[in-house]
Design a protein around this ligand. Structure first.
Ligand code: NAD
Length: 405
């Protein structure tokens, strides 16, 4: 695996060649404000003590409190968290929300822990970091393998330690714990709003064939939303397997099959394929919704999709980006395509601070207004500078940060 932080810095170098932002400003964005590593001792159910490694990177707060999810994964390490925190900084800026960028994580396979161990671990992360968190300082959220329930444990631990009653320090909470309507589907829905604005400009068919890598929170919701809007999801995958059906998958049945068998493979009427094959399918829209570094210099040339909608963070390496640009395959970049999640997290924070609860309709209308506007802005910058959509999005973000700076 490439070092995602190096990839992120490569993108920063690239945008500075497209538009001159000044060396001092770019130098400031090369290094996070603060990069915190912690050890978290957890009493395991069998009476032993296990020490886990945890992280919080507070990258940049020019636009507002640090904001970004917490990832639980065995491969999570500091360079990944730094890259994700950098992208969060740009993501909040491109969406135009008053938040800075941060990210957190724990090196752990949560599926190997009992629920009680997971709760102690999550509360342990908060205990070590409570000093730096807060509604006006640093506001974490869920990411890969972290759920609304985990956010509720964390919010509760933070309230116990600090007495804070706003519940605005963690977002992505369950509704009854101060969560926002619409947060669960926000990333997939936001991606659809961005896609919808661009699909007209990119001359895509009315009924697109869509292949989705990753069938978790983001991928499964995106599959549902694209289907509801008349598109056909022809392939989906998870960490273990991938399935393909030319005429389209019945998602309800796919979900039921996964629930019953624990896997996607051998779904009736569909062909089992590999994750590599999924990425190279003949389709209109390819949606990476799993992890970083999935489209690389080794497979970019084999991509046949007409457009890539990046719902995962950092799925395309800089080398692959260049190959796709030369092949005229537009990449709708992660920092805008998946910004629906953080935008609704920001709505949750605002509702908590004001003591309000907005309806799902209000949330979706506000989200659509923000993402329609930012998508058009990204497109116009890409055209003005005759560059890729990613560089267009970076320019919008960096202009916003520099103006405040
Ligand atoms: P998740 O844990 O709910 O789902 C991840 C999915 O990816 C699972 O289905 C898993 O089986 C699958 N997967 C793992 N390794 C894979 C592989 N090698 N090939 C194919 N599939 C694989 O996580 P999520 O919240 O859906 O996040 C997915 C991506 O979206 C991440 O990059 C995350 O940072 C990004 N993202 C998430 C949110 C959010 O609101 N959850 C917001 C913005 C961006």
């Amino acid at each position: 695996m490439q070092n995602p932080y190096q990839d992120a810095m490569h993108q920063l170098d690239k945008v500075s060649k497209v538009k001159n932002f000044g060396d001092d400003f770019i130098a400031r964005l090369r290094i996070p404000d603060r990069d915190i590593r912690i050890s978290i001792p957890v009493s395991m159910d069998d009476g032993t003590l296990k020490i886990f490694e945890g992280y919080r990177v507070e990258y940049n707060n020019t636009l507002g409190p640090y904001k970004g999810g917490i990832r639980y994964h065995p491969d999570t390490e500091i360079n990944e968290v730094k890259a994700l925190a950098f992208w969060m900084t740009l993501k909040c800026a491109v969406a135009g929300i008053p938040m800075g960028g941060g990210k957190g994580g724990i090196t752990v396979d949560p599926h190997k822990l009992s629920k009680a161990e997971l709760e102690r671990l999550s509360r342990g992360w908060v205990k070590k970091l409570s000093d730096v968190l807060g509604p006006h300082k640093d506001v974490p959220a869920p990411d890969v393998n972290t759920t609304p329930e985990i956010m509720a444990w964390m919010a509760d631990e933070y309230a116990k330690i600090t007495g804070d009653k706003t519940r605005a320090t963690f977002t992505g909470k369950p509704i009854h714990n101060g969560g926002s309507e619409g947060r669960g589907v926000a990333t997939g829905l936001g991606g659809f709003y961005v896609f919808n604005i661009l699909s007209k400009e990119l001359n895509l068919p009315e009924k697109c064939k869509v292949a989705i890598q990753g069938f978790g929170n983001v991928g499964a919701n995106a599959a549902e939303i694209f289907t509801q809007h008349g598109h056909i999801v022809i392939a989906v995958s998870d960490s273990k397997s991938a399935i393909y059906k030319e005429s389209g998958l019945d998602l309800e049945k796919v979900e039921a099959h996964k629930k019953n068998t624990g896997a996607l493979k051998d779904f009736e009427g569909a062909k089992n394929i590999t994750n590599e094959e999924l990425l190279e399918l003949n389709c209109d829209v390819l949606i990476p919704a799993a992890f970083e570094d999935q489209i690389t210099k080794d497979n970019a040339d084999k991509i046949k999709a007409k457009v890539i909608l990046e719902l995962a963070n950092g799925p395309t390496t800089p080398e692959a980006d260049e190959i796709l640009y030369q092949k005229n395959i537009p990449v709708i970049p992660d920092i805008l395509a998946n910004s629906g999640g953080v935008t609704v997290s920001y709505f949750e924070w605002e509702q908590n601070l004001k003591g309000e609860h907005w309806t799902e309709k209000q949330v979706f209308n506000k989200l659509k207004t923000i993402l329609d506007y930012s998508s058009k802005k990204m497109l116009s910058k890409a055209r003005e500078f005759k560059t890729s959509l990613r560089m267009g999005a970076f320019i919008v973000a960096l202009e916003r940060i520099k103006e405040k700076y």
